[in-house]
Design a protein around this ligand. Structure first.
Ligand code: PLP
Length: 426
């Protein structure tokens, strides 16, 4: 063991010089590697190539005599798509709206509509109130936070614990403050920590009394079938839990096939109580005359049912699990002896979340970038891009090839070592 915090000044300085020489050598290689965003790699995209051939002029384009999927209409989506995505989210077809190609887009539009007109149980549109706030379990998904920042919704950082957000804190806040209108949740294999919410967290979110009578849970189930092991994590059904707790309209669930088929050409979906769905459907009818039902049909014919989706996801896992393993093995081999960082060992999702010593994450990201490796900007996983301890780094291992990943991780561990020694020498 060489716990860096226990080394004296001379030993630290020697290690710094040695590490700096290695770093400078790597810098000379002029690498250009990207680990900044959670994107599927080309081999993963190839798994869904069949999507491109599955709809043709012989496909079932008529839903009934009067319903032709090539035409306008069906604002909430094809019945078969509602059935399929109902299976995915474990809700009924009446509790589903099929959207366009992006669940983030659906979340954004749900917030926009709430700002303009309020949600089903609002007395006043959120945008007409002097202040509104959202709870943001962090580290979390930067694009959720970007929606809040863009529309002036004040964000309150909530600590993530091992089984979900800190419920003691949440229950206290929502009881006192009626300007708190919502919470962002990624309940399974969270971005970036890979945390899955426990039943207790789900129950407490569903049951908790809130001062705002129009408080909403934005339940982004982006990684619901994205397992990396043969022991899938299971999350309690939040829609049913809210119903049982007497708050049937409290939750909006979201998901998409972005990381099942093609990001950008997938199908997005939202689920909620029937009452919420009919309220939103009416609003949607002014926004569009209907979604892309040909893409929906493509997905229905290609994915067919939940069992088949799970088989398809096993093929994804076979491609990306070795990449996660490689990152974890390198971190373990190169860093564990120094006690300067800790990292998640996710059972699913798209990220490894790494914590450096306090005050080192920005320096690590900068050093890596100077050596040709782009990481997600430090702080991005916190509201306003500000990590209060400047320690969290989101590693996205899926896109690079194994050899690129190995080269990139060699840089990352050197940068962590350099930034940590510099910090300890201060
Ligand atoms: N939600 C989470 C938690 C994500 O990590 C991502 C993408 O990284 C998305 C949503 C984006 O989903 P979509 O492509 O459906 O907009």
């Amino acid at each position: 063991m060489t716990d860096l915090c226990l080394l004296d000044h001379t030993s630290l300085t020697e290690l710094y010089s040695k590490t700096l020489r290695k770093y400078d050598d790597i810098k000379d290689k002029k690498l250009s590697l990207d680990m900044s965003r959670g994107k599927p790699c080309p081999e993963q995209l190839d798994l869904s190539l069949g999507l491109l051939d599955i709809v043709n002029s012989n496909s079932p384009l008529l839903v009934s005599e009067s319903l032709d999927i090539r035409n306008y209409g069906m604002v909430d989506g094809l019945a078969d798509a509602k059935e399929l995505f109902g299976q995915l989210l474990q809700v009924s077809s009446n509790e589903i709206i099929i959207g366009g190609n992006s669940s983030l887009n659906m979340m954004h539009d749900t917030i926009s509509r709430a700002l303009l007109t309020g949600v089903i149980d609002s007395n006043t549109p959120w945008g007409k109130l002097s202040k509104i706030k959202f709870l943001c379990p962090s580290p979390g998904y930067d694009r959720h936070f970007a929606i809040c920042e863009t529309y002036g919704i004040e964000m309150i950082t909530i600590n993530m614990l091992d089984d979900g957000p800190d419920m003691d804190e949440i229950e206290k806040l929502v009881l006192q403050d009626d300007s708190i209108k919502g919470i962002w949740c990624v309940p399974k294999y969270s971005n970036p920590d890979g945390i899955t919410y426990s039943d207790e967290v789900v129950n407490r979110l569903a049951k908790m009394p809130t001062k705002a009578n129009d408080f909403k849970i934005f339940w982004d189930d982006a990684y619901t079938v994205h397992h990396l092991t043969d022991e899938p994590s299971i999350v309690k059904n939040i829609l049913r839990a809210c119903e049982d707790a007497g708050h049937p309209n409290r939750v909006f669930m979201f998901a998409s096939t972005s990381k099942i088929t093609f990001p950008g050409s997938g199908v997005a979906v939202m689920a909620a109580s029937e009452e919420n769905i009919s309220y939103i459907k009416k609003q949607l009818s002014t926004q569009t005359i209907g979604p892309d039902k040909i893409n929906q049909l493509r997905h229905v014919l290609f994915l067919t049912n939940l069992e088949n989706i799970n088989l398809h996801m096993k093929n994804h896992a076979a491609i990306i699990k070795p990449k996660f393993d490689m990152v974890l093995n390198i971190l373990q081999a190169k860093l564990s002896k120094y006690s300067i960082a800790s990292w998640s060992k996710p059972k699913g999702g798209y990220f490894i979340s790494l914590n450096t010593l306090d005050g080192c994450a920005s320096e690590v990201v900068k050093l890596a970038s100077d050596a040709g490796v782009s990481l997600t900007p430090a702080g991005a996983t916190y509201p306003y891009g500000k990590d209060p301890r400047d320690r969290n780094i989101r590693i996205a291992p899926t896109f690079p090839s194994l050899s690129e990943l190995e080269a990139a991780m060699e840089v990352v561990v050197l940068c962590i070592l350099l930034a940590s020694i510099k910090k300890l020498l201060q």
